[in-house]
Every structure is written in C-alpha cells, then in structure tokens.
Ligand binder design. Structure first.
Ligand SMILES: *Cc1c(COP(=O)(O)O)cnc(C)c1O
Length: 395
C-alpha cells in the first residue's frame, strides 16, 4: 500500500498521519509529494503477467498511486478497513447506499440529510424498487419502531448540514444492527479529526471531500470508508458503475489534507467565536451550533465529538423577503453560494419547506447558514453586524 503504516505503529497523532501518510518519496525519485498520475492503460510485459493479474495496478479506473495516497490517509484517520476515493460527496453517499440494498429493500434517511441525498432516495432508489423513508434526527433508540424486516440501511448525517441536529450514533448503530441493517454516516462536518463514526458503531462513513479535505473550493471529491464486512459490496458497486477519480483531483485532495488539522483548528475557533458573538446580537433568535451550550444536542456533541466544524446556522427574527435580501445582497466578505469548506466565508439563506417530512421545521424566522473562513474575525463580525442592521431596517 502507498502509505507508511508498516513499522510505524508508534505514530498516533492525526497531524502526523496527515503529513506523512499516503506518500512514498523513494518511489517518486525523492520528491516529497506523489505526483498526478494520469493514465487509463497500464501495461503488462508478458502473457503470464496479464493472466496472473498480480500487478499492483491493472487499469486506471481502479485507481492509481495518487488516488491510493488519499485513500491511505482517510483509512487511517477513520480507523477503517479501507477507503475509496470517488468523484463527489454525493457519489460517496449514493454508492454507499446502493451497496446496502437491492430491489424490494427499504432505507431510512435522517430528515436532516443533505438535500441531494433525499433526492436520491425519492428518485433513483424509488425507481429501482427501494423505498426511502425519513426519520426524526433526534429519534435515537426510537428508530426501532420504524425498522422493517426489509430495512437494509440507515443513513445519518451528524450534525445535519442545514439545521445542525446531532444524532445519537451509538443508539442508532445498536438498533440498525439488531435489525440486520447497516449504518451509513455522513461525517463531512466534523471530519475524521473530530468524529470517528466507525468507533461508535457505524459500518460505512462518507465524506464530501469537496469541503474540508480539499479546503480551497477548487475540486470535487468524496470518500467512502468501511469496516471489513462492508468493503466488498461498496467496491463492487463502485466498480460496476464505473466511478473513478482522476489523479488531478486526487492530488488536490492530498494537498488539502496536508493542512487539514491546522485549518480545522482555525475554522473551529473562528466559527465558535462568531457563533457566540451572534448569540448576543439583536435580531438573533437562535444560533444553531452544536458546540454552544445553548444547543439542544450540546450534551450529545460533547459526548461523541472532540471538536467542531466551520459550519453553523443562525435564525433571525421573522421578517419579510426584503430583509433577507438586505442581509445577503450587500455582504462584503461573506459570499453567497453552495458548498463550504474553503478558506473563504460563505452565507446561504436556507429554505426548509420542501425537505422536511418526518419532523417539519417549525421555527419562525429566517435561517442563514454560515461557513466561517480564514478572514480576520473582526472583519467578519463587522460584515455580519452591518447585515443585521440592514435586515432590521428593511422590516
Ligand atoms: C456538500 C455535501 C455533500 C455532497 O458533496 P459534493 O461533493 O458537493 O457532491 C454531502 N454531504 C454533505 C453534508 C455536504 O455538505
């Protein structure tokens, strides 16, 4: 494998894994980084070689040294059996779910899930004869009441990336396994630095590598890490569907990962500082950040997580659309757009009317999701303070 695992059992810290795993300079003429491997065809020398299929690489679609390097890092961080790099976070979710089900099966998806996950359940899975049902993210052991004999997968996203409910993963894992199903966890928010779902009972962990791993808003990637038991089916689905990640994209993921620990620390500190500051501002009804003691799931967060991410939401007092426009249209540092995880701050007005079915969103007011980037914290506060003033004035 393209990593430094062998003989390095004393290496424990995530910072060391991030800086030293997934690259072998001796294999690259001494260059520090594994370069971009571009290639479809891999050559065989003899008939015996092609018959034996024993070469480390057989065909580019199954991976190359650049993609393997990324997989080695994430495997180590998640404490997984193996990891696959795939073209996007959404692909990671869809492959993971498909690996659990066949026609006639049933999946349970948290009501707080990333919206395209819901679209996949209601669209593709439904067309393939798989039912997708939604559950209250706070259900915990109560999930047992929803399990059916054909339920094969439970998808959790903790915290939910729009509304930030923290889920009781050990309780969900227990119920899921009792029903003979698999627990799939979207761990994009915390990264494996602050939450390790496999240790809490999950079978499959997925990441939108596009976000914190890449860290610069310039590439797409997803990862799927599994226990030994769940690996074969995940890899089978990936192979059969032909998902492949290019060496170019993999290189950008690897490059981002090298600084993930310090970036997470910076994002965490800034996000928390701004979240606490927002709690004291006029117009703010609630700040939805799991690391704040005021968060309804704070105790769960504290039990299972060792840190928090860059992303949270703020609920402002009810006001018409003109106020929302006044808030977002004249921001100077925060930009409006999908995704998150880059060095630049983002602000997204959140509409929840269509993507809540198990536990309708009833909070009154306007919700904004913030990704706190690496700008000066005081500059970001000033930008938000001006936006809040505009919001109030436009009411
Ligand atoms: C963005 C995101 C995804 C999807 O990732 P893409 O790379 O954009 O496909 C999945 N889960 C969460 C929580 C996300 O924020």
């Amino acid at each position: 494998m393209n990593d430094k695992k062998s003989g390095s059992s004393s290496i424990k810290s995530v910072e060391t894994v991030l800086t030293h795993y997934g690259r072998v300079p001796e294999d690259q003429f001494g260059f520090v980084n594994t370069p971009v491997y571009r290639g479809s065809t891999v050559l065989f020398k003899t008939l015996a070689d092609i018959e034996a299929q024993q070469q480390r690489f057989l065909y580019g679609r199954a991976g190359n040294p650049t993609t393997e390097g990324v997989e080695a890092i994430i495997t180590e961080l998640e404490g997984a059996y193996r990891t696959r790099l795939v073209p996007s976070g959404l692909a990671a979710i869809t492959i993971a779910l498909m690996s659990c089900v066949t026609s006639g099966d049933d999946v349970l998806i948290t009501d707080s899930a990333y919206e395209p996950t819901r679209a996949f359940g209601d669209g593709f899975l439904a067309r393939m004869g798989v039912t997708a049902r939604y559950y209250d993210p706070g259900i915990g052991a109560g999930l047992a009441d929803l399990m059916r004999s054909n339920t094969k997968a439970v998808l959790a996203e903790s915290p939910g990336s729009l509304t930030f409910e923290v889920q009781d993963l050990p309780a969900l894992a227990k119920v899921t396994h009792a029903g003979g199903a698999k627990l799939v966890v979207d761990n994009s928010w915390a990264s494996p630095l602050y939450l390790r779902p496999l240790e809490l009972g999950a079978d499959i962990v997925v990441h939108a590598g596009t976000k914190m791993f890449v860290g610069h808003s310039d590439a797409f990637a997803g990862t799927i890490s599994t226990t030994e038991q769940s690996w074969k089916e995940v890899e089978r689905i990936r192979r059969e569907l032909g998902f492949f990640t290019s060496g170019d994209d993999a290189f950008l993921v690897a490059r981002g990962l090298r600084t993930l620990a310090i970036r997470m620390k910076e994002h965490q500190g800034r996000a928390l500082e701004i979240a606490m500051w927002l709690e004291a501002q006029d117009e703010v009804v609630q700040v939805l950040h799991p690391a704040l003691p005021s968060h309804p799931d704070h105790a769960l967060w504290k039990r299972d997580f060792s840190g928090s991410g860059s992303l949270f939401a703020v609920l402002l007092r009810p006001a018409p659309r003109a106020s929302v426009a006044a808030f977002v249209d004249h921001l100077e540092l925060f930009s409006m757009g999908y995704s998150w995880g880059g060095y630049e701050s983002l602000c997204l007005p959140v509409k929840l009317d269509k993507n809540r079915t198990a536990k309708p969103w009833t909070a009154e007011g306007n919700l904004f999701r913030l990704h706190i980037g690496l700008e000066g914290v005081d500059d970001l506060k000033a930008d938000l303070a001006a936006a809040i003033a505009r919001y109030a004035a436009a009411r």
